[in-house]
Design a binder for this molecule. Structure first.
Ligand SMILES: NC(=O)c1ccc[n+]([C@@H]2O[C@H](COP(=O)([O-])OP(=O)(O)OC[C@H]3O[C@@H](n4cnc5c(N)ncnc54)[C@H](OP(=O)(O)O)[C@@H]3O)[C@@H](O)[C@H]2O)c1
Length: 435
C-alpha cells in the first residue's frame, strides 16, 4: 500500500507585525526547532506584510521577506497558512476571503470580524475546504476555543460567564479595591498600557460582546447575529454602587453571559453583581476567566492572560501548529466539524428573568419608600431586601433594593413610573445579579 505523502515544511505568511504579530515571529524564531522535534513539522515564515515598518525593523528581518502589500502574500503559491493579525473589519475580511479562495488556510485574531461576519467567513472557509483558526480571538492565552471544540466534544454547554476584557477588569478592580472613580482608574489603565487611547470598544462592552458572539457560536452551535447581543458597558458605573454591592456580599464584574435555554439563547454583556464566593469574583486586574458548565464535564474554570504580546502569540501558535500538522499529514478532515451551526433564536432582553439591585435616590421623607414598593409590587416585582444608606447630602438619600427574580419587561415599566415620582431625584441605578 502506498504511504501517505508527508510534507514537513509548512510556510507562513504573516500579515501585521504589531503586538501579536511580532510575538508570533519571535516565538517562531526561537521555538521552530523545538516545534519540529515535537511535531515533525518545520515552520518557515516566508513573507511578512505590514503597512509600515521602520528601516531599523526592516533591517532586522531576513532579506526579501518584507512587503507592505498583502498581495505579495496572497500571490505566493508556496504559502500554506496566512496569519491575519492586522485587526479591523476592512481590509482584513477581503484579505481572508481571498486567501481562502486561493487555497490557503487562515489563522486570525480578529474577534470583531468573526463576531460581525462569522457566517460569511466560516462559510467561505467551508466552501474552500480550508481551516480557520481563531483561538486567540477569545481570552488571548486561555485555550478556551480548543477546549470547547475538542476537549468538550461530547458535551452540551448549558452556560458560561466570562470576564473577557482585561481593561474593564483592571478598572473595576481599582474601583473596587481602592475606591478610585471610573475616570481615574481608566486614566491609570491607559498610563500602564492596559487601555487604548480610545477605550470605547473596551469600556462600552463591545469587545466583550465580540468575544461572547465568537464563543457562543461554538459553544451552542448556532449562528449568532451580532446585533442580537445585548451590550452595556462600565462607563456609567459609580464607586458608590460598587461599595454598596460589597456591603451586601457581592462583587461587580463586566460579564459576557451566554446561556442555552430550552428554545432560546441568552446573550448579554453588562456589569453584573456576583456573590463574593463565586470563582469569578476573585479574578482581579487584567486577568480573564471563563466559568463554563457542560453537561458531562460539569463546572469548569478557565483563567489566564487575555492579552499581551507573548500570551496572545502563544494562542496563535497553537492554531498554526494544529493546521500545519494536518497539512503535513495531508489530512483533509474538516476542522470546522462541530461549528456548523443552526440558528437558535436569541431571547429578547425584555424577556430576560433576573434578580436586580436597584438604587433609588430619594427625598428623605415618610411615604416615599412605600410608593416605590407599591409601584414595584404592581409590576410583579417582589422585594428581597431594602436598605437606606447614610448620606451627607441634604437633598436626597440612597436606598438600595434587592429583588427576587423578575422579568426585565416588568422592571422597565415599573422604573419608568418610579423615575417620574416627585420624590425620586435621579434616574434609578439598575444592576443585574447572577449567582
Ligand atoms: N494585543 C493583544 O494582546 C491581542 C490579544 C488578542 C487578540 N488580539 C487581536 O489581534 C489583532 C492584532 O492586534 P495587535 O494588538 O497586534 O494590533 P497592532 O499592535 O495594532 O498591530 C497591527 C499591525 O498591523 C498593521 N496593519 C494594519 N492594517 C494593515 C494593513 N491593511 N496591511 C498591513 N498591515 C496592517 C499595523 O500597522 P500600523 O500600526 O501602521 O497601522 C500594525 O503594525 C487584532 O485583531 C486584535 O483584536 C490582540
Amino acid at each position: 500500500m502506498k504511504k501517505p505523502e508527508i510534507r514537513k515544511t509548512v510556510q507562513l505568511g504573516l500579515l501585521g507585525l504589531g503586538t501579536v504579530g511580532s510575538g508570533v515571529y519571535e516565538i517562531i524564531q526561537r521555538e521552530a526547532r523545538a516545534i519540529e522535534v515535537k511535531t515533525g513539522v518545520h515552520l518557515v515564515v516566508r513573507k511578512i506584510c505590514d503597512k509600515y515598518l521602520s528601516q531599523t525593523r526592516r533591517a532586522a528581518l531576513p532579506r526579501g521577506i518584507f512587503s507592505p502589500d498583502a498581495d505579495a502574500l496572497l500571490n505566493d503559491p508556496t504559502i500554506d497558512i496566512v496569519v491575519e493579525l492586522i485587526g479591523g473589519i476592512h481590509p482584513a475580511k477581503e484579505i481572508i476571503e481571498k486567501a481562502l479562495k486561493r487555497g490557503k488556510h487562515v489563522v486570525t485574531a480578529n474577534k470583531a470580524l468573526l463576531a460581525e461576519y462569522g457566517e460569511s467567513i466560516f462559510g467561505s472557509a467551508a466552501k474552500a475546504r480550508r481551516e480557520i483558526g481563531f483561538e486567540v480571538s477569545v481570552c488571548g492565552a486561555i485555550p478556551i476555543i480548543k477546549s470547547v471544540k475538542e476537549g468538550l466534544i461530547s458535551n452540551n454547554v448549558s452556560h458560561f460567564l466570562g470576564i473577557v476584557n482585561g481593561t474593564c477588569n483592571y478598572i473595576l478592580t481599582r474601583m473596587s479595591q481602592d475606591g478610585m472613580d471610573f475616570d481615574a482608574a481608566l486614566a491609570e489603565a491607559q498610563g500602564q498600557g492596559f487601555a487604548e487611547r480610545d477605550p470605547r470598544l473596551d469600556v462600552e462592552g463591545i469587545d466583550s460582546a465580540h468575544k461572547l458572539a465568537v464563543l457562543a457560536r461554538l459553544a451552542f452551535r448556532s449562528e449568532i447575529p451580532f446585533g442580537a447581543v445585548f451590550v452595556e458597558g462600565i462607563r456609567g458605573l459609580s464607586v458608590k454602587d460598587i461599595r454598596y454591592a460589597k456591603e451586601l456580599g457581592y462583587t461587580i464584574k463586566l460579564l459576557a453571559i451566554g446561556k442555552r435555554l430550552k428554545k432560546n439563547l441568552e446573550l448579554r454583556v453588562h456589569p453584573t453583581m456576583l456573590p463574593d464566593n463565586h470563582p469569578l469574583s476573585g479574578v482581579r486586574g487584567v486577568y480573564n476567566a471563563v466559568f463554563l458548565h457542560a453537561d458531562q464535564a460539569g463546572d469548569l474554570l478557565f483563567y489566564g492572560k487575555g492579552a499581551g504580546k507573548l500570551p496572545a502569540a502563544s494562542a496563535v501558535m497553537s492554531d498554526i501548529v494544529d493546521i500545519a500538522k494536518k497539512i503535513a499529514r495531508n489530512d483533509r478532515t474538516d476542522a470546522l466539524t462541530g461549528i456548523r451551526p443552526g440558528t437558535i433564536p436569541v431571547l429578547p432582553m425584555k424577556d430576560l428573568r433576573s434578580r436586580y439591585y436597584l438604587r433609588f435616590q430619594v427625598v428623605d421623607k415618610p411615604g416615599v419608600l412605600g410608593r416605590i414598593a407599591q409601584t414595584l409590587g404592581r409590576n410583579h416585582i417582589s422585594i428581597l431586601s431594602v436598605q437606606q444608606k447614610e448620606s451627607h447630602d441634604q437633598k436626597s438619600v440612597p436606598v438600595v433594593f434587592l429583588t427576587y427574580e423578575a422579568s426585565e419587561r416588568n422592571l422597565r415599566s415599573a422604573l419608568a413610573r418610579v423615575d417620574l415620582l416627585d420624590d425620586v431625584t435621579e434616574k434609578t441605578v439598575v444592576l443585574r445579579v447572577e449567582s
